[in-house]
Design a binder for this molecule. Structure first.
Ligand SMILES: [Fe+2]
Ligand SMILES: [Fe+2]
Length: 288
């Protein structure tokens, strides 16, 4: 099988589906703290399915709001604009992340479950660590592996070469770099860049396997990195990537993360995943 050229891969990134127009409009308002309920309502008005999904997500037992939210206005008051915007983006990208992932040995829905798990673990770690100013953490974690949806096709077509690689000795993204000259983290960053996502989220996706290479490293990248490794360690979404992941020691030090904090979050992760995943309306395609 002929290995794809860099142009083949880049043209596939550029052909990746756009996010729904509602998400694009939300992104354009993201930095405006004065965004009103009317503006959000106007965007969501043309997408009743999205509004329903957003309210279902907002009412998830995971978020534990004191009362049921019945309108966008109420959600804005209870959550604040930054959090609500992240939930809208999450609801918008559900359909993309629920797609089958050929090449990575992930069952239908497994990448979705892994993505949800990394999101709740990343939020849990932020709470444990008292890390602030990371509103985007949920969205960044939810989308950290979006690049697999592009690279998966190429991996499926090159499995014979991959099986020859010494997978036990190197991490899977190193195998991707060796075979294709690019890894799923970089591809994910380029997809989000095409979608005009904020640079903070793009950077977290780009460096989620190599947080020490970020210039400069930051809490958002470090937390998404640790959350991803923790989810792989507890067995959520392993697939072809295998078990050769350990958290970056430098990231652990930068965050001041202690072993018992990891244990506290790991112990609760499954419960959070269950609470949250039932609130997303996800349809998994069976066909690869
Ligand atoms: Fe990854
Ligand atoms: Fe991951």
């Amino acid at each position: 099988m002929k290995r794809p050229s860099e142009e083949d891969i880049i043209s596939r990134i550029d052909a990746f589906p756009n996010i729904p127009s509602a998400a694009a409009k939300i992104l354009s308002l993201l930095d405006d703290p004065d965004t009103s309920a009317e503006q959000i309502g106007e965007i969501l008005r043309y997408d009743p399915g999205l509004t329903a999904n957003l309210l279902k997500l907002t009412n998830s037992s995971y978020f534990g709001l004191p009362s049921k939210v019945g309108s966008v206005n109420q959600a804005l008051v209870l959550l604040g604009w930054k959090k609500l915007a992240q939930l809208i983006l999450s609801a918008c990208t559900t359909a993309v992340m629920a797609k089958p992932v050929p090449g990575y040995d992930l069952q239908p829905g497994e990448l979705w479950r892994h993505s949800i798990a990394v999101s709740v673990v990343a939020e849990g770690l932020s709470r444990e660590l008292g890390v602030t100013g990371v509103d985007e953490i949920f969205t960044a974690a939810l989308l950290h592996d979006v690049g697999k949806l592009v690279l998966g096709d190429f991996i499926r077509d090159n499995t014979s070469s991959i099986d020859d690689e010494s997978l036990r000795e190197v991490s899977f993204e190193k195998v991707e770099q060796r075979l294709f000259g690019i890894d799923h983290a970089e591809i994910g960053a380029r997809i989000l860049s095409n979608w005009s996502f904020p640079e903070t989220i793009i950077t977290a996706v780009r460096w989620h396997h190599d947080p020490d290479a970020a210039d400069p490293p930051n809490n958002l990248i470090d937390v998404v990195h640790i959350a991803n490794v923790l989810c792989l360690m507890i067995g959520i979404g392993i697939g072809r990537e295998g078990l050769q992941y350990t958290p970056s020691e430098a990231a652990t030090r930068r965050l001041g993360l202690k072993g018992e904090q990891l244990e506290i979050v790991a112990a609760q992760a499954m419960g959070w995943v269950e609470e949250l995943s039932e609130s997303f309306s996800v349809h998994f395609e069976e066909e690869f």
